[in-house]
Design a protein around this ligand. Structure first.
Ligand code: UDX
Length: 433
């Protein structure tokens, strides 16, 4: 197979499925995107993209003639050479990944007499590929190939992460399937890591765990900086220049959230535990992150004495800028704690919604959120927050208290603007060193 103009079926029209479908269409392939939610498919047919992801609308529109959307399995698979599985794998109560949507896709595959390759994009526990292989074989679908091809796309930059990745990981039982998936990516300039299926599955989990470990590590360094009078921003700069360490993922803050890290950390922890191994570092990473999300509460109590009846403005609801995703967002944990302490909570976000946050008032502008507030917490580092006239905003507040949960603002400037300002791990920069 040349890998060009092949037909690809993508199961799951979420972030991963839509980005995968759009990017393969951009590479010249014909793509059918299948989802079980009829409204979602209807909207896509009308050119409405159900998620906020920069560049995705353009890509889907530009390649519209190579993309079809359907709820119908037979229509999606008709003539397809590949079935990409991009369905959700949320955690169950035990922390294991819930693979029921994956199994539904596998069981829905029709009896086929031609070669087809199932490509796993969803993040799954190590060993899933072997189980899928077994299930396909049991159904007499030995000629259906299986490849693990994990995604490393971050929300907000998913399209460029897909088109210009650091690497493409392809794990296969048989080389012919791996070769076919590698050929599909021709046009993308990146090293290809070929592996066995289990190792490909583990690469995804290990890469995420390494990134989370860096974040919890720098957050703990930040907490020690606070206790000892250092500035974590300076520390991260000095540490990051070491080429063995590198600069990325060393931004201290109020913890990681999103659709991947929290879920995948639990899944890896549980995967290890299920095989009798206690993954100590990962357990610490998770615990540090849980505590970090609550750290701002202590700071506010110190600055305001009590939170009861205090009006607190949260700037940012999304788990990070550039997305409307609020899954596992620190803002939600903060809001819940603030409400429990008796505070009134007002929130602003340029795209994300406070839906599901009972008791929180969402307002359309920063000015409205901040007016008459007793404290402001910068929760998500939306770029527009750096451009604000903070001096003018301070004057509209009941008490000008600002906690910068992302170390985005300049401590000196904020103090000059009239704020009692605190950040994460910046004792020295705050003049407390
Ligand atoms: C992540 C991985 O980057 C991606 O490879 C994987 O496929 C899915 O999970 P994503 O969740 O979209 O992507 O966001 P990312 O930009 O990695 O940020 C994750 C979280 O870590 C955010 O809450 C962010 O605020 C936080 N973070 C990131 C920090 O607190 N400090 C940092 O230095 C970097």
């Amino acid at each position: 197979m040349s890998g060009e103009h092949t037909r690809i079926a993508v199961f799951g029209a979420g972030y991963v499925g839509l980005v995968t479908g759009a990017c393969f269409a951009e590479l010249g392939h014909s793509v059918s995107v299948r989802d079980i939610i009829p409204e979602r498919i209807e909207r896509l047919r009308r050119g409405k993209v159900p998620i906020y992801e920069p560049g995705l609308d353009d890509l889907l529109a530009r390649n519209a003639e190579r993309l079809v959307y359907t709820t119908d399995v037979a229509e999606a698979i008709d003539g397809a050479h590949f079935v990409f599985v991009a369905v959700g794998t949320p955690p169950t109560y035990s922390g294991d990944a819930d693979l029921s949507a994956v199994w539904t896709v596998i069981d829905e595959l029709p009896e086929l007499d031609r070669r087809l390759t199932v490509v796993m994009k969803s993040t799954v526990p190590v060993g899933t590929g072997a189980k899928v292989r077994h299930r396909l074989d049991a159904r007499g679908l030995r000629h259906v190939g299986y490849v693990s091809n994990p995604e490393f796309t971050a929300e907000g930059t998913a399209v460029s992460d897909f088109m210009e990745p650091d690497r493409i990981v392809i794990g296969s039982f048989e080389d012919v399937d791996g070769d076919a998936v590698a050929a599909l990516h021709s046009g993308i300039d990146a090293p290809i890591v070929r592996a066995d299926v289990a190792s490909a599955e583990m690469i995804k989990l290990a890469a995420n765990a390494a990134l989370m470990t860096r974040i919890s590590f720098i957050n703990e360094i930040a907490n020690v900086c606070e206790a000892t009078g250092a500035d974590v921003v300076k520390v991260a700069e000095g540490v990051g220049h070491d080429r063995r360490i590198g600069k990325s993922f060393l931004r201290a803050g109020i913890g990681f959230g999103g659709s991947c890290f929290p879920k995948d950390s639990l899944a890896l922890k549980q995967l290890a535990a299920n095989s009798g191994y206690h993954f100590q570092v990962l357990n610490a990473v998770i615990e540090v992150n849980d505590l970090q999300k609550r750290r701002v509460i202590g700071k506010l109590v110190e600055l305001l004495d009590t939170l009861r009846d205090k009006r607190v403005a949260l700037l940012g609801l999304a788990f990070k800028p550039g997305t409307d995703d609020t899954r596992e967002a620190p803002a939600f944990v903060l809001a819940g704690r603030l409400l429990a302490e008796g505070a009134e909570v007002v929130a602003w976000d340029p795209v994300a919604s406070a839906d599901g946050l009972t008791g929180v008032t969402q307002v359309p502008s920063v000015a409205e959120a901040v007016r008459d507030a007793d404290a402001v917490v910068l929760v998500t580092e939306w770029p527009e927050l750096a451009e604000l006239d903070w001096r003018a905003l301070a004057q509209t507040m009941r008490t000008a208290v600002l906690v910068d949960g992302r170390n985005m603002l300049d401590p000196e400037e904020m103090r000059a603007a009239g704020f009692r300002y605190d950040a994460i791990g910046r004792a020295a920069a705050n003049g407390q060193g």
